[in-house]
Design a protein around this ligand. Structure first.
Ligand SMILES: [Zn+2]
Length: 502
């Protein structure tokens, strides 16, 4: 929370997984209808006047007025608790983030985490607006002119995303404010740059860097194309813009400072390593990556195109693509790309909301395929199937699965539960004799070899260079287990207290 006299805004409202895991698990949750009560009692949410009235009718000693909640990106540790937030507090995010959140909510029965729903966040009606409820705002990435991004935002009007209206940013905050995209492992990540009491303050959200030299850029452009290059340069552009403002305060992430990592893979490495595997097999390939990380989908789509395969998506994953196209035409598939997409249809199952829509659309486009088609010529397909989708492989013939390849292109197991999941997952692979890439078994535990994964976070080396270049007056580290890394380098310019008064 950042405040200026009586006005304040919030930066992200996510779920702290390790804290959550101390008290809850899949089947042990806060009580329905008493969610907020339970979370407050466990000190898992702040005691601020920011909650939905139907969840909490008391008042805290908190005299400020909340102007908006900025959501930097659609990872659950940044947005997972947003369903608790009072609808009178507008959300501010990029159109891409809105699309990802929409698709997530509409394709899951979110029974575990508190996603946007529970009670779904309602879009502000005209009457609401008359009554002083401000609509949620999204920054449209569609604006070709980046300068325009500073002044213009758009928001979904009525009930659909199709219709956008541009409004002045000034409806949100009393002073200058802009949202600028950064490069991260989910599409739509952005940072916030805002003037508070006459001084610039910036929040990076989570970010990583793209190619750092002109040679690397060239190579990126040649292998992955223009769209992917421009995506990878978002962080660079964010900090270039910040340099003009020279922020007094920089709130910055430091996720990778505490992790011991020897690999520094980029998305380009993922592409190259995947290509090597694809070239060596004529069998079915299964690949696991989070579709929210749209960039990864484009990597595997490209590898498929170059190796005469079709990329087969689960209906829920196709829903992401549809939702993204609706909001951000930049991510619309080309005809050539589209001709390499298929949507898997395992037959009679129940589908939720947007999944149903995705199935209908795929059918009308003639890209819906039954398991039999994969059984008939497995070497022509790459099926996107993660841990939770794996029961779908039971539709495929044993001899198709025998010798198939599985590529693990997502993060490793961090928690104890995830390790148990990983061991369980290995049983599936062993049972059908599917050959894993990106993870293997060693002495009964699962080792992640990471050739098909690239960190979504900036490396210590790049972060140091960025901060030395930007020279903010004050640095506020967040999202890190190692704040001392900052203190060692920038001494008293690093502010670590819970409450910081400037
Ligand atoms: Zn993140």
């Amino acid at each position: 929370m950042v405040d200026s006299e009586n006005d304040a805004f919030l930066l992200d409202f996510g779920l702290n997984f390790s804290r959550w895991g101390e008290f809850f698990e899949e089947f042990l949750n806060p009580r329905t209808g008493r969610i907020l009560h339970d979370l407050l009692k466990l000190n898992m949410v702040p005691r601020l006047n920011i909650y939905r009235e139907d969840l909490f009718d008391g008042k805290f000693e908190d005299p400020v007025n909340y102007s908006f909640l900025f959501l930097s990106h659609a990872h659950a540790d940044h947005t997972g608790m947003v369903g608790l937030i009072d609808e009178k507090i507008p959300l501010l995010m990029t159109g891409e983030t809105l699309a990802v959140m929409n698709a997530s909510v509409k394709t899951t029965n979110s029974n575990v985490l508190i996603q946007l729903d529970g009670k779904k966040r309602r879009k502000a009606s005209e009457k609401d607006v008359e009554n002083g409820i401000r609509p949620d705002l999204t920054v449209s990435g569609r604006s070709k002119d980046t300068e325009e991004l500073e002044r213009c935002i758009s928001f979904p009007e009525k009930t659909e995303l199709d219709d956008y209206r541009t409004v002045e940013m000034s409806t949100l905050w009393k002073d200058d404010l802009f949202v600028e995209p950064v490069y991260h492992s989910v599409i739509g990540a952005a940072g916030l740059v805002v003037k508070v009491d006459g001084f610039w303050l910036a929040y990076t959200g989570d970010f990583r860097t793209g190619p750092e030299t002109p040679e690397e850029e060239r190579y990126w452009l040649d292998t992955l194309g223009e769209k992917r290059l421009s995506l990878s340069l978002r962080t660079f552009q964010f900090f270039e813009k910040l340099k003009d403002k020279r922020p007094i305060v920089l709130i910055v992430e430091g996720t990778r400072l505490a992790r011991e990592e020897n690999v520094e893979n980029t998305e380009k490495d993922v592409y190259e390593n995947a290509t090597k595997v694809f070239r060596k097999t004529k069998n079915l390939i299964l690949v696991d990556f989070p579709v929210r990380h749209l960039e990864r989908l484009f990597t595997f789509l490209k590898v498929c195109m170059e190796n005469n395969r079709k990329l087969v998506l689960m209906p829920k994953d196709y829903a992401y693509l549809i939702e993204m196209e609706r909001v951000e035409p930049l991510w619309k598939l080309s005809e050539e790309e589209k001709s390499h997409i298929r949507v898997y249809h395992p037959g009679k199952l129940t589908y939720i909301n947007l999944e149903k829509e995705a199935l209908i659309k795929a059918k009308s486009e003639g890209i819906l395929i039954p398991p039999n088609e994969i059984n008939y010529s497995p070497g022509e397909y790459t099926l996107v199937a993660g841990y939770w989708d794996f029961p779908h492989i039971l539709d495929l013939d044993e001899n198709v699965l025998n010798g198939a390849i599985y590529i693990h292109s997502t993060s490793e197991a961090y928690t104890e539960e995830q390790e148990i999941d990983a061991r369980r997952f290995m049983n599936w692979l062993r049972y059908f004799n599917i050959k894993p890439f990106g993870l293997k078994e060693r002495n009964g535990s699962v080792v992640f070899t990471k050739e098909f994964h690239a960190s979504g976070h900036v490396s210590p080396r790049s972060l140091e260079a960025i901060l030395n270049d930007l020279k903010p007056d004050y640095i506020v580290p967040v999202h890190t287990l190692n704040p001392n890394w900052f203190v060692e380098r920038w001494k008293e310019r690093v502010l670590l207290n819970d409450v910081i008064v400037l």
